[in-house]
Design a protein around this ligand. Structure first.
Ligand code: ADP
Ligand code: ADP
Ligand code: ZN
Ligand code: ZN
Length: 843
């Protein structure tokens, strides 16, 4: 009743009609949304936006699509749950561009995701400059992932494990007698090698660094294995004399260089102990054959615009576009002559360059010009990855489909958001529909239509409060989105707190940061801003975190969990903390990494709440009578869990001609426990019932348990009241994982000496939830701690005490501190891309 069904002038035929949607928390929702329009789904976290957009609309489109394809092909798709809905009419086929939950499992790069690498290989194959006499190579020969292309020495990895002088000779002041070559074996074998070296005329009593380079290299790296007459345990002079007098030698010793010894031992030794001893001498270095470029020499000999294909893959997309432009519009110098000589090659070059330029144009529009084709996707943020996929779609020439997107503005500076909106407009202009779940007010304002879901989360949400053009939301009292979309008067700047001191970083060097000095105020809330790719994360999540961790002797959080060899390690952080460390005793990084990788970890286990709950169950009279301890109530422990599903709650069912599906375990009906365990109740609920509760419900249920009540209260405070205690870690979004970590930290918040670092904590948060988050951060600062956030939300930035704006642009055009000061001053800074957006917010 509170919403307009149809906008004036639009025929109902142009609508997708949903009747009786009940997926997750949706309350029998009826809604009509226009096609060929930008439709934005709004509402607080957990209100049901995704359940409607993804869980219902997209899932139904996918289900219909799967029904229309041959059964064998269905196996290729992930099984989606069938949405609970009475009917949906007018639904076009859908493409979902959802943010990755958890970490991507496949090994890919920007070039492969966008398919630009294929195009580039075609170009090198057909139109590259070949050395005289070299035959043309196939496109595959330019891929390090094929046998035709991979460098034979490193098998296309670009790096090899090798022993170096630094790794094998840790202290070059030592002599060979003092075991300068730490990699060589000890005991008899070591003595033998020293005797051989002496017999070869090398002084084993000279410090290593005083030996001639030629000798050092030979000792360490030679592949020769000469047999040498040995005079054991004699000095160099004695040996020389013996040799001159042609005295009979003891035996013939075989020399082995240190590298050869290490490599052979590592590759061939049967003894794990020996392997472990030599492993530390092998360090990962650039492959010497391909110099880290991963390709065969023949492929690297082919060039385009004077560069080999790997060099081009390492150029930022922005520069790549500039390189191709003259080829695309046929203004490249020397073209006429070449075209006359090789007309066919000229035509191929022009076509591929045009395609490249057009596709690169979209990527630049989406603010991704700072990426390189070579960059591996696990090092990208979920937002960057989603925009890459979006760019690929914009060029796909599909029309008549619905794109369903999940917070595409995540990770975007307001300046970048404008580019995103242009890309969405292009998709729409090509005849597509866009259904977008979004919190960013700029995107919401630009929508043709909004669907506001709520009013609150979980049980208290799940209704459509409004469906229509944005302006109509103005009168919908119940909406939590309304006050933010239609704010009253602009608020004044709040008075910033005074810092208690400064944490100064000097010479910061990482990614695009070059010798950067930055000062972070202590005891206040600092927002680090800048366009995407400007270097915020490099400065905060990498340089600051690693340097502070180093000072504290705390291990830095892992860079990422990918296999070590899969991508080259990031360059080490340069720089140091020059002052302020005396005020920092602890570092806490609250990031968006998953809190666990298996469905066995969940909200309750991660926060430690589950330990407490299990003790409550073990403490009941019935449990004590049966001697059930707390372990009995864990679904990871054999005695209490259901053995049919080993505590997973579901089993995989293989169906003939159909995708395998997960279905609730027939023995425990998804409860994860065996019947005996479930007999134990605490205040009328069994352990599975408690895991099924939302945080909100558990907070009420455990009101008499101060410890549990408090930690549940903190989860509510960060806007997670709608999550279920047993919600699997693998089903949580990055933003949810981050807020769970934050809540866990808030519970143990210590007084005054902790540095908290958060990278975009507002991701996935409705403006109403952002306010709650700010309140929490204020609490940490109030207790004297220091909080540094990387943030794009201008309300958070304007509400902080200090701003460090990084930029001005992305990649090489960023990496500097453009403006720094209290928000009011940064809003007036010239040359800052953040200033205008900040200024717009306050009076
Ligand atoms: P939003 O997108 O607005 O943040 P969701 O649609 O994700 O909200 O969630 C709405 C409600 O449905 C929440 O209470 C959430 O816990 C619940 N929910 C979400 N996904 C699932 C799921 N896979 N199974 C059961 N409940 C879910
Ligand atoms: P922001 O956080 O402001 O979006 P980043 O610090 O992530 O920016 O990136 C700054 C620059 O460093 C960009 O040019 C980016 O491509 C580059 N960069 C970031 N991470 C890596 C990495 N792991 N490997 C190579 N380059 C990187
Ligand atoms: Zn190689
Ligand atoms: Zn079971």
């Amino acid at each position: 009743p509170t919403f307009t069904r149809f906008a004036a002038g639009r025929s109902p035929a142009g609508f997708v009609r949903v009747r009786g949607a009940r997926t997750h928390n949706l309350k029998d929702v009826d809604v009509d949304v226009p096609r060929d329009a930008l439709v934005v789904f709004t509402g607080v976290s957990g209100s049901g936006k995704s359940s409607l957009a993804f869980g219902t609309l997209y899932a139904e489109a996918q289900r219909r699509y799967l029904e229309s394809v041959a059964p064998y092909a269905r196996r290729l798709f992930h099984q989606l749950s069938v949405p609970e809905v009475d009917s949906i009419d007018g639904l076009p086929p859908a493409v979902a561009l959802q943010q990755q939950r958890g970490t991507p499992t496949t090994r890919s790069s920007v070039g492969s995701v966008t398919t630009l690498s294929n195009l580039l290989r075609m170009l090198y194959s057909r139109a590259g400059d070949y050395p005289r006499g070299q035959p043309l190579l196939y496109a595959e020969s330019f891929s390090p992932n094929t046998p035709e292309g991979a460098c034979p020495n490193c098998h296309g990895l670009g790096r090899v494990y090798d022993a170096t002088e630094a790794s094998m000779v840790p202290d070059d002041a030592l002599s060979l007698r003092e075991k300068a070559i730490a990699a060589w074996p000890g005991a008899w074998q070591g003595q033998n090698l020293r005797d051989i070296v002496t017999a070869l005329g090398i002084d084993i009593d000279a410090p290593w660094r005083d030996l001639p380079k030629k000798d050092r290299d030979w000792l360490l790296f030679t592949d020769e294995q000469p047999q040498v007459p040995v005079y054991p345990h004699q000095s160099l002079d004695e040996v020389k004399r013996a040799q001159k007098r042609k005295e009979p030698h003891d035996y013939l010793g075989t020399f082995t260089s240190a590298r050869r010894y290490v490599q052979e031992t590592f590759a061939k030794s049967e003894s794990p102990l020996m392997k472990r001893r030599v492993a530390p001498f092998l360090v990962s270095t650039d492959c010497r054959t391909c110099r880290g470029k991963r390709l065969r020499p023949e492929a690297l000999a082919v060039t385009f615009a004077g560069r080999d294909i790997t060099d081009l893959s390492r150029e930022p997309l922005e520069r790549l576009a500039a390189i191709f432009r003259p080829f695309a519009d046929a203004t490249s110098p020397g073209r006429k002559k070449r075209d006359a000589e090789h007309p066919e090659q000229g035509e191929v070059t022009r076509r591929i360059a045009q395609d490249m330029s057009a596709r690169l144009g979209v990527l630049l529009d989406l603010g991704l010009g700072y990426l390189t084709l070579e960059r591996s996707t696990p090092t990208l943020s979920p937002g960057e990855l989603q925009r890459l996929r979006l760019a690929t779609q914009v060029r796909s020439n599909l029309f008549g489909v619905v794109y369903v997107l999940d917070e595409p503005s995540a990770g975007l500076h307001p300046a970048d958001t404008e580019a995103l909106l242009r890309a969405l407009d292009r998709l729409k202009a090509a005849g597509n529909s866009l259904f977008v779940v979004e919190h960013d007010l700029e995107v919401i304002r630009r929508a043709d239509w909004i669907v506001d879901v709520g009013p609150a989360a979980g049980e208290h949400g799940g209704r459509v409060l409004y469906s229509g053009p944005p302006d109509g939301l103005r009168t919908v009292e119940e909406s939590r989105t309304r006050p933010f979309l239609f704010p009253g008067q602009a608020a004044n700047w709040r008075e910033p707190r005074n810092p208690k001191g400064w944490l100064r970083l000097a010479g910061g060097t990482r990614n695009n940061l070059r010798d950067l000095d930055a000062a972070f105020p202590l005891g206040v809330l600092t927002a680090v801003t800048g366009v995407s790719g400007s270097g915020k994360s490099s400065l905060v999540s990498q340089a600051l975190v690693e340097l502070v961790a180093g000072h504290l002797g705390q291990p830095a959080p892992p860079e990422d969990d990918g296999e070590e060899l899969e991508h080259a390690p990031a360059s080490p952080v340069g720089g140091r903390i020059v002052s302020g460390m005396e005020a920092v005793k602890r570092l806490v990084v609250v990031d968006q990494r998953p809190i666990g990788r298996t469905p066995r970890s969940n909200l309750a286990t991660y926060t430690g709440l589950f330990d407490h709950v299990r003790k409550l169950f073990a403490g009941t009279k019935a449990a004590r009578a049966r001697k059930y301890d707390a372990g009995r109530f864990s679904f990871n422990v054999a005695k209490g869990r259901c053995e049919t599903c080993t505590g997973e709650g579901f089993v995989m069912v293989e169906l003939l001609f159909l995708p395998s599906v997960y279905s609730p375990c027939p023995a425990c009906h998804g409860t994860r426990y065996n019947a005996k365990t479930l007999e134990i109740e605490y205040r009328g609920k069994n352990i599975a019932n408690v895991l099924g509760m939302t945080v909100d419900a558990a907070w009420e249920f455990l009101a008499n348990e101060p410890h549990a009540h408090r930690s549940l209260g903190v989860l509510r405070d960060v806007g997670l009241g709608y999550l279920r205690l047993g919600q699997a870690a693998t089903e949580l979004s990055g933003g949810e994982a981050q807020r769970i970590k934050l809540a866990t930290e808030l519970q143990r918040a210590e007084r005054g000496t902790t540095l908290y670092v958060l990278d975009e904590p507002t991701t996935g948060l409705h403006p109403a939830d952002v306010e709650r988050l700010m309140f929490q951060l204020e609490g940490l600062v109030g207790a004297g701690n220091t909080v540094v956030v990387v943030e794009h939300d201008m309300r958070v930035v304007s509400g902080s005490d200090w701003v460090i704006d990084v930029g001005p642009g992305a990649g090489d055009e960023g990496g500097r501190v453009v403006a720094t000061g209290v928000p009011r001053d940064v809003a007036r800074a010239t040359g800052s891309r953040t200033a205008p957006y900040l200024a717009r917010l306050r009076g």
